[in-house]
Design a binder for this molecule. Structure first.
Ligand SMILES: Cc1cc2nc3c(=O)[nH]c(=O)nc-3n(C[C@H](O)[C@H](O)[C@H](O)COP(=O)(O)O)c2cc1C
Length: 401
């Protein structure tokens, strides 16, 4: 019950993604929040107040000039009687109204009258999202302190078009709400952290690459756990299929060299946690065109060359973060290899794990790690990657206590 007792005012505006707000209401209520819905007239063309009200177990507010509600200035009561205002989906139209302070219906009037934090989940056609007017409105709203989750990239439900503009999934919105309403201790507040995550893709030619089985689950969870403790986190992610964690800056890269450049650009920092499974080698001379199979010819020989060592570079950098943590994915001699890495890379901790296929760790949801420090080794029992991340973030925080 991560949202027990929290009061969410959910504004649903008139986009096709309004059907997802029904699921969002369920997810919020499952976590103990109460949801008070407000629907624009556009929203009511997509989902009915009956369905929204039934799922929220509350009445649905739709009308600014309601004789019944406005006897005690209901829009002000709604605007203030909650812990957070969430707009999901947020149309281009409602964002424009907010940015310019218009208040011509119940939703926009509440948004002008509220003194609570506001979280916006935009949903619209990619052309509407990338339109200079929407981008201007978005920048103005960010400047006004409005928080955003999404939009994400993908296929549009209504048009089959692809691009940026899809509403964040309900669980991503829930995670953003949990992060915003989290009133737990923030021992890493004021600290900057860089986390790398996922694999790298090293091109062979424009269509083929060398990769590994890293999913990014552990690195992303660590980035989120550090942010939860108040750190200002930059996550440098290789190509993964999991969503970006909310509430932190994410930089997407493909190759090891790009990952190193992004990490160096994020310095100075207090904390570096290098979780990514960076390819040790890349193809020395990646082909500019697709390598063609020629009848009668032998397969091509790939000459490999060494990639930059990101952990070692950071561990010996003039702007070395105060705390440097590296990961060691090993299939044999986990402890010895991890210990040697601690020394060689200039790290304060090496988190070593056995990624032999039978452990199911690489790509899986659980992890069993040995945390190797200068003063000894701690073996943590097998746990979810989330729990390992929480424990590691607490260990990191203890260094700054
Ligand atoms: C089928 C259909 C789908 C629409 N989908 C979206 C959408 O996803 N996002 C958006 O910003 N507007 C969308 N619109 C346009 C809005 O409904 C329109 O701008 C409306 O005035 C928004 O009103 P509201 O912001 O008060 O809810 C759609 C319109 C139609 C007819």
């Amino acid at each position: 019950m991560t949202l027990a007792g929290k009061r969410i005012l959910l504004i649903i505006s008139g986009g096709i993604a309004a059907y997802k707000s029904l699921d969002l209401i369920r997810r919020l209520r499952e976590r103990g929040a109460s949801v008070r819905p407000v629907m624009t007239s556009g929203a009511q063309a997509f989902v009915t107040p009956l369905a929204v009200g039934a799922l929220a177990a509350d009445r649905v507010f739709t009308d600014l000039f309601s004789r019944e509600d406005e006897q005690d200035v209901g829009h002000i009561r709604l605007a203030r009687g909650c812990d957070l205002v969430v707009i999901a989906p947020a149309t281009a139209d409602l964002m424009a109204k907010m940015a310019h302070g218009l208040a011509d219906d119940l939703a926009s009037t509440i948004l002008l009258a509220t003194d609570r934090p506001v979280l916006v989940a935009p949903a619209m056609n990619p052309k509407m999202w990338s339109h200079p007017a929407t981008q201007r409105n978005h920048a103005m709203l960010v400047g006004d302190g409005i928080r955003f989750v999404g939009p994400t990239c993908g296929e549009m439900a209504e048009s089959g078009e692809k691009g940026e503009g899809r509403m964040a999934e309900p669980l991503q919105i829930v995670a953003a709400i949990e992060a915003l309403l989290d009133d737990g201790p923030k021992p890493l507040s004021g600290r900057r952290a860089i986390v790398t995550s996922g694999p790298t893709h090293e091109p062979i030619d424009p269509v083929r690459f060398i990769a590994n089985r890293s999913s990014g689950k552990q690195g992303h969870a660590i980035a989120a756990a550090l942010a939860k403790l108040g750190a200002d986190v930059t996550l440098v992610s290789g190509p993964v299929t999991i969503p970006d964690p909310s509430g932190l800056q994410v930089i997407h890269v493909e190759r090891a060299q790009e990952m190193l450049d992004a990490v160096l650009a994020a310095l100075p920092a207090d904390i570096a946690v290098m979780v990514a499974a960076v390819a040790d080698w890349r193809v020395a001379d990646a082909a500019g065109n697709k390598i063609k199979k020629q009848p009668g010819e032998a397969p091509p020989l790939l000459l490999l060359t060494e990639n930059p060592d990101i952990l070692k570079t950071i561990g010996h950098h003039p702007q070395r973060p105060a705390l440097v943590v590296g990961f060691a994915a090993e299939t044999q001699n986990v402890l010895e290899n991890g210990r040697a890495k601690l020394e060689r890379k200039g790290a304060d901790y090496i988190v070593a794990n056995d990624v032999s296929p039978e452990t199911g760790i690489m790509g899986g949801d659980r992890n069993a790690v040995k945390v190797i420090g200068k003063s000894g080794v701690a073996e943590w029992p097998e746990a979810s990657k989330q729990d390992v991340a929480t424990q590691l973030a607490a260990l990191i925080a203890s260094h700054f206590a």
